[in-house]
Design a protein around this ligand. Structure first.
Ligand SMILES: NC(=O)c1ccc[n+]([C@@H]2O[C@H](COP(=O)([O-])OP(=O)(O)OC[C@H]3O[C@@H](n4cnc5c(N)ncnc54)[C@H](O)[C@@H]3O)[C@@H](O)[C@H]2O)c1
Length: 330
């Protein structure tokens, strides 16, 4: 298994929210070299600006749909974090490109790992791999449910199931070790506007800091498992260096938080409890999961790789809002 200290790692889609935090975690643990492969189509140098003065970090302009780009970037790496992808909103805007990037990107990434003899790949999968599940507790055994899911969400989710299967195949056929992380709704400082569920946080905060009442679409009972981005990065680093591999793992807090509660916390953090939420009809064009019960089990991640999340939703929202406020009102 790759050791983080002294190791060389490639992060595809590295100029991303999650990628920037994985790079932070690897550097803090003494990695020798971090390569961030990105087209910068969605991510930006601003996301990783704080890293670029570190001589251990190399930003490589390259495209995961081009096998040569991934092979060149992966050569000499001990491990690869496969993040390059379109999320559901981007998938809805350009499905042809999204399907190509998400599917060919992971095809090329596992193939590059085989060619370059990379020891392990950590695949950024998603709890989207469950679709709209109805189980009481969602474990890694819970099947995908497509009924009622929006087409763009299904395209995104299917690409994550494809990626997991490719990783499992390459481990079995070629000995490239993997762990695939079914990550829940990520949010945090450096938050972008490409994730449906985190966008709700941004929209609520934007209205509150303009002195306007926050708007909740629907009855406020829709829940998400919001996970702070540094907890995801910790999980990725642990999954890379753990003796245990070959797993699909829920990387979620296990806590459902509904839209009304998120709004209450943001109001508290902003000292704006006098603003009363307005409930309006849900007219979002693009939706991901819209259920009122999730209950993701994180027992397998705890048992196999010893990961547990550390940041509560209250603390995470405080950090996110502090970061947004530090950049001024936009
Ligand atoms: N944000 C979430 O809530 C969430 C939840 C579950 C899983 N994930 C997964 O985690 C990963 C990172 O998510 P994020 O929120 O940090 O996303 P992000 O949009 O910030 O990052 C995606 C990155 O991929 C890059 N990219 C796009 N096309 C590329 C290409 N052809 N070649 C190379 N790079 C390319 C983009 O420029 C961007 O920097 C994704 O795979 C996503 O599916 C995210």
């Amino acid at each position: 298994m790759p050791r983080i200290a002294g190791g060389t790692f490639l992060i595809t889609g590295g100029a991303s929210l999650v990628g920037s935090y994985i790079a932070d975690a690897l550097l803090a643990q003494g990695a020798k070299e971090i390569r961030l492969l990105d087209t910068l189509a969605l991510g930006s140098t601003e996301m990783v600006g704080h890293l670029l003065n570190d001589t251990r970090v190399k930003l490589i302009r390259g495209d995961v749909t081009q096998l040569d780009d991934v092979v060149n970037a992966a050569t000499g790496a001990d491990g690869v974090f496969a993040l390059a992808a379109f999320l559901t909103i981007s998938m809805a805007q350009n499905p042809a490109l999204g399907v190509t990037i998400n599917n060919m990107g992971i095809v090329n990434t596992v193939e590059a790992c085989r060619i370059a003899k990379v020891k392990r790949i950590i695949f950024a999968s998603s709890v989207g791999a469950y679709g709209l599940p109805t189980a009481d507790v969602i474990t890694e055994e819970t099947p995908f449910t497509s009924a009622g899911a929006s087409p763009a969400f299904v395209l995104y989710s299917a690409s994550k199931l494809t990626g997991e299967a490719l990783c499992a195949h390459y481990q079995k056929a070629h000995g490239v070790e993997f762990n695939a992380l079914r990550i829940s709704s990520v949010y945090g400082a450096r938050q972008h506007n490409r994730a449906v569920n985190a966008n709700f946080i941004l929209q609520v905060h934007d209205r509150i800091r303009r002195g306007e009442a926050p708007v909740i679409l629907g009855d406020g009972k829709e829940v998400h498992d919001y996970i702070y981005v540094s907890d995801v990065a910790d999980a990725a680093a642990i999954a890379m260096s753990s003796p245990s591999h070959g797993h699909v793992l829920n990387i979620a807090t296990g806590i459902d938080t509904n839209l009304t509660r998120v709004t209450e916390i943001v109001l508290e953090v902003c000292n704006a409890r006098h603003l009363k939420p307005l409930y309006r009809a849900d007219d979002r064009a693009v939706k991901a999961s819209t259920v009122t019960h999730l209950n993701f089990s994180r027992a397998k991640a705890e048992k196999t790789i010893g990961w547990t999340p550390k940041i509560s939703i209250e603390d995470g929202l405080r950090r996110t809002i502090a970061w947004r406020d530090s950049r001024g009102k936009s």
